[in-house]
Design a protein around this ligand. Structure first.
Ligand SMILES: Cc1ncc(COP(=O)(O)O)c(C=O)c1O
Length: 434
């Protein structure tokens, strides 16, 4: 058996042993992955990144409308067709007799999802709570830690808007002090970011919240260095990984973090309304759940899942999305996303000096997300023009300190679609406006 095929089968097998619902991994989806793996022929991820035979096999797993060019997959990604099918199948099954099929048959399968996510993240399953999104994960942390009036929290002004709002509400309610630091885009170095955090700390600082990769420019931040610096001072670090998990490869131990929240409907391509919260075992007691749980669950990660009636279908289909992700391989996926990023970013920078890419184009500082600013152009008008006239979806980012279009391709994005975007932008640059 060729090596790649064997490797793929063993990855799928690893999913099986982790209890994944392989019957729902449709036969044609598996054969697409197998055929893609065959065409990979043991090549390095960076070489494979430009192989359209391989990536067109992957792309066919998605039922996307090719009359649109979707370059906002970061907001929320489409899920592959077989993942959606698995969810719909389970929704229909639930609907036959929810109190039995949903609660008794399907809900307990959440444990195999927990095991699979824990394996991928590199932690114990007893440290993973399945939640509905990164907002829920991060708000459990923000609102669940005991803080007194006058206690200080340090965040950046590039943290996600809802997370800043949550801290600000906590400040109004409990009179804690929330300090926002700023950093340039892109920052001169990782050490510069760590130093900015360090300068904001005082003896009253209790918590730092940092985004693993910002949603604004796609900057990957030095989480491990921030965690180390904070741990020496007894400060907790909440890591917002909404855009990081399954986007580029990393494990918990590389970050050394105690807390991590993510959405799974972004880069894992799981159904909408899925995420996880990781809390290190020793820290679970100090973080209250958002919705009450009995005292005997104080050190049980499942206390964060006590949310009342909810569909089992959505979170169980995470297992199918995870098997798909493993079938591609995290390194290959990241390499392709970086290749697509470079294709549009380098072409636009070469086309006109007014184009500024505010994301570092390297493997350490970013992956599939990039922010492009065009001097003299109104970002919101440009975004509206691309969508209204060309059906190209991008995200306008307007921050107090910078602005631009955020571009997030996906594994199903074709080079031709990237070129449509680039050519349309070149047309705007030639005209000097929209
Ligand atoms: C950094 C960051 N945190 C949190 C969120 C919230 O994610 P969700 O809307 O899936 O809860 C987002 C969404 O884009 C984000 O980019």
């Amino acid at each position: 058996m060729p090596l790649d095929r064997r490797a793929l089968l063993s990855r799928l097998g690893a999913g099986l042993s982790a209890g994944f619902l392989l019957p729902s991994f449709r036969a044609d989806a598996a054969s697409r992955l197998l055929s893609a793996a065959r065409s990979a022929e043991g090549r390095a991820p960076s070489q494979l990144a430009r192989d359209e035979v391989y990536w067109s096999d992957i792309a066919r797993a998605f039922d996307v409308d090719r009359t649109l060019v979707n370059l906002n997959n970061g907001g929320c990604s489409p899920t592959p067709a077989h993942v959606l099918d698995a969810m719909i199948r389970d929704l229909k099954f639930s609907n036959e007799i929810p109190v039995y099929h949903m609660w008794t048959v399907l809900e307990p399968r959440i444990e195999s999802v927990r095991r699979g996510l824990a394996e991928e993240f590199g932690c114990d399953p007893e440290e993973i709570a399945i939640v509905r999104n990164a907002s829920e994960a991060m708000e459990i942390l923000t609102l669940g830690i005991d803080l007194k009036a006058g206690d200080e929290v340090v965040i950046t002004n590039q943290n996600y808007g809802r997370m800043i709002t949550t801290w600000e509400q906590r400040a109004r309610r409990d009179r804690i002090v929330v300090k926002q630091i700023s950093f340039p885009v892109p920052p001169p170095s990782a050490a510069d970011v760590v130093e900015r955090f360090r300068r904001a700390l005082t003896p009253r600082t209790r918590v730092i919240e940092v985004t693993h990769i910002t949603n604004l420019t796609g900057q990957i931040l030095p989480v491990r260095d921030i965690v180390r610096m904070a741990r020496e001072r007894g400060i907790e670090v909440f890591v917002d990984g909404a855009h990081a998990f399954a986007h580029f490869p990393f494990k918990r131990d590389e970050l050394e973090c105690d807390y991590y929240g993510t959405s799974l409907h972004k880069w894992l391509f799981a159904p909408i309304g899925t995420g996880f919260l990781y809390v290190r075992k020793a820290k679970q007691k100090k973080i209250w759940p958002l919705m009450a749980a009995p005292g005997k669950m104080d050190e049980d990660i499942r206390k964060y899942e006590e949310i009342g009636t909810h569909p089992a279908a959505n979170h169980n289909a995470i297992a199918v999305a995870l098997a798909f992700h493993r079938g591609i391989g995290a390194e290959r996926k990241a390499a392709r996303l970086r290749w697509l990023r470079d294709r549009w970013a380098k072409a636009l920078m070469a086309a006109d000096p007014r184009v500024k890419v505010l994301t570092p184009l390297d493997d350490v500082g970013s992956c599939g997300i990039g922010l492009v600013h065009v001097e003299g152009l109104d970002t919101e008008k440009l975004q509206a023009f691309l969508w209204d006239k060309h059906r190209i979806m991008t995200t306008p980012i307007v921050h107090d300190e910078f602005n631009g279009l955020r571009i997030t391709p996906n594994v199903y994005t074709t080079p031709e679609e990237i070129d449509v975007f680039v050519d349309t932008m070149k047309g705007v640059l030639r005209k000097g406006g929209v």
